[in-house]
Ligand binder design. Sequence first.
Ligand SMILES: [Zn+2]
Length: 202
Amino acid sequence: MLREGYVPGQVIFGSHADRVVTLAVALVNELTGGQVRGRPVPRIGPTDLQSRARALLALPITAQETDELTRLAARLRPVFAAVEDGDVERAAGEVNGLLEAYRPLPYLARDEGQGGAAAWQLHFHSAGGGTEARWGAGCATALAAVLASDSWRRLGVCSAPVCDRVFVDLSRNGSRRFCSAACQNRTKAAALRARRRAGRAV
Ligand SMILES: [Zn+2]
């Protein structure tokens, strides 16, 4: 979990926000349909969905919790789509909708860091109960922090053809356009083939 796109040690929005936004990305990419790396997302059954959710959160997840997380993932996707369209107003409206739905309550939790140094981390409960609300509260707050920063454009949807997976760009230069190296490579290869064809046509 938290594998793709998260570079440990490099912090863009604050280490906790970086991790939670990366989780939001993973929820959207693992639990919503659409297109992935050149093909439709394969239909998967409830059991596979549940094991994906389990792997994402590294927690035991029930079938009902899987449904709730799937619902949350569908609600997170439009934020990325709006930023990809350059429409920060629409993105802010979506995030405000999430904040209103999940009502995050901030609290400090002790994080026993490396080497025994205790640190406090800002976490978010939800005023409502349930898995969707709990994870939604954290995701909504982290996405709000991103949109309120100078780096709001770092959210996005893959630019490769036939792919709508989302990403957060935590790279130093912030020029990411693709969900994965696979999509970047196949886009490059397609452009190269197109140039070769154009060269032959002359
Ligand atoms: Zn992609």
